[in-house]
Unconditional design. Sequence first.
Lengths: 329, 258
Amino acid sequence: MMDLHLPAWAIWVMLAGLAVFIVMFIIILRRNHGVKRSMFSTPYALWMIIFTIIPCLLVAYYAFTDANGKFTLDNFISFWDSNHEMNKELANLGFDPAAMGFTRGMVNISTLVYSLWMAFLCTVICLLIGYPAALFMAERDFKLGATLVTLFIIPMWMNFLLRTIAWMSLLEDNGLINTLLVSLGFSRVQLMYNNSAVLLGMVYNFLPFMVFPIYNSISKQDYRLTEAAMDLGAGRMLTFIRVTFPLSLPGVVSGITMVFMPAVTTFFIPRMLGGGNTEMFGDLIERTFLTANNWNLGSALSLIMMVLILLSLGLLRKVDPEGEGGSMI
Amino acid sequence: MRKFLKRFYLAIVLFFLYVPIAVLIILSFNAGKSRAKWEGFSLTWYAQLFSDKAIMNALYVTITIAVLAAIFATILGTLAAIGIHAMKKRPQALMMTLTNIPMTMPDIVTGVSLMLLFLFTKVERGYVTMLLAHITFDTPYVILSVMPKLKQMNKHSYEAALDLGATPIYALFHVILPEIMPGVITGAMLAFTLSLDDFTISYFTTSPLVQNLSTLIYSQARKGIKPTMNALSALMFVALLILLLIVNRRSNKAVDKN
C-alpha cells in the first residue's frame, strides 16, 4: 500500500467533501424533473477553484508578503534591483551602500530582457522556417500533405528532455558533428554552451507548434479564392501577398503565441545546451524557488511572468479578435 | 523544378526534426557507454533495461499517472463540457475563462503555483500530488475536445429523452454520450499523451523519491544519461508508432467499408 503523505485533517476534509458531493449527485440524478444539466459542471468548477484559482491567489499572496507574512513590495523592488536586500542589510548595519560602490543589481532585469530577446529570435526563426513548410504542405495538389503533418507530430512523442540531450551528443566537442569535421580535415568548432546552441534547441522543440496552426489556417481556406485571384490576372506572388497570406494570419498569430510563451519560460534547454552560461527567466524562477528557497521573490517573478503573458495575449487578441487561429487540436 | 524545390525544402526540415531521434535510437544499440563513439552493435542496454530499478519505477509512475489522470480528466471534463454547454451565456463565458486560464499560463507558473498550494497546506509532495496536478492540466484539453461535438448535436434530443421518461443519467449515457464519443476519445488520448510527456509541472509537484521518466532523466542529465534510458525511449517510440499505424489502418478500413 502506498503511503499517501497527507496530514490526517486533509484526508478527512477530502473524504467529507467526497461524501457530500456523492450524496448530492445521487439526489439530483434520481429526480426526473427540474434537473439542470449545468449541474454536471459543478465538480469541475470546484476542482478548478481548488487547483487553479487558489494556487494563483497563493502566488499573489507570497509575492506581496515577506518571509514573516507581512505585506511588502520588497520582492518587486528586488526584481528591479537585485542588490536591494543586500543594500538594505548594509543600511541596517549603518553602512552606506552607495558609498561602498554597491549600485543597482541588474541580474533579474537582464535575465528577463535576455529571455524575451531569445524567445523573440526563436519565434522569428520558427516563423521563417515554419511558414514555407506549412504553405507547401497545404498545397492542394500535394497529396502527401496530411501524412507529412503527422510526420511533424511524431518527433514530439519522444521525451523532449531526451531529444535535447541527443542534440548535446551531436554538438559536443567530441560529438558527431565535430568528429565528422575532423575526419574531413577541418578543425573543431565550439558548438555548445552558447546562445546559438540554446536557440537551436528552442527552435527544434517549438517548430511544430508554429507549423500546425499555420497549416490548419491555410488548408481551411476556400481554394476558389486563390483561383479567382489568378483568373483575374494576379500572378503567383501577388495572389500569395493579397489573398493567401492575409487569410492565414489567424494561424500565424496562434503559432506565434504557441512558440513565444513556452520559449520565454523554458528552463531545461538553456541549462543543458547553454551550460549555465545563459540563464533564462524560467531558470531564474526555478532557482529562486528551489535553490535559493525564496518563495516570496519566486512568486513575484512568476507573477511578473504571468502579467507579461496576459499582456502579450491581449495584444495578440487585438490582431486576431475572433481568436480563430486554427489551434493544434 | 519548383515542385522539386518545395519537396526538397520539406525534406530538409523533416531531416532536422528526425536527426536527434535517429541519434538516440542508434546510440541505444551502441556497445559502449560513450555518447559519441561507435563501439559495435549490441543489445546489452535493452537486456539491462528490465533490471534497472530506477527506470522501471519511473516507467511505472509515468504510465499509471498518465492512465489515471486521463481517466479522471475525461470523466471530469466530459461532465463539465456537457454542463457548460447547457449554461446560459454569462456563466458559460465565466466557465470558459476558467478553462482557458491554465492553458494560457506557462507550465512553470502552473507548477510553481501548485507547489505553493501543497506547501501551504503541508501536504507532502509525491505520487498523489503529481496525479492531482496532472488531472488539473489535462481536464481543460478534454473540455476543448468535447465542446465542438456538443455544439454539433441536436439541442433538443436530451429534453426529448427526458420527456419520454428517461432519467437524466439514462439520457446522459444513451443520448448525449454516444453522440460526443469521438470528442471524448480524442480528449482522453490528448490527456494521456500530455501527461506522459510532462516534465515541468511534475518536477514542481513531486518529491525526489517519486519520479516519472522526465524528472528521472532530468536528475540524470548532469551526470550523463544512462544508455538504458535511450533503449527505453526507443522502445516507447516504436510502440507509439505501431499504435498509430494500427489506428490508421483501422480508420482506413472503416472508411472503405462505408
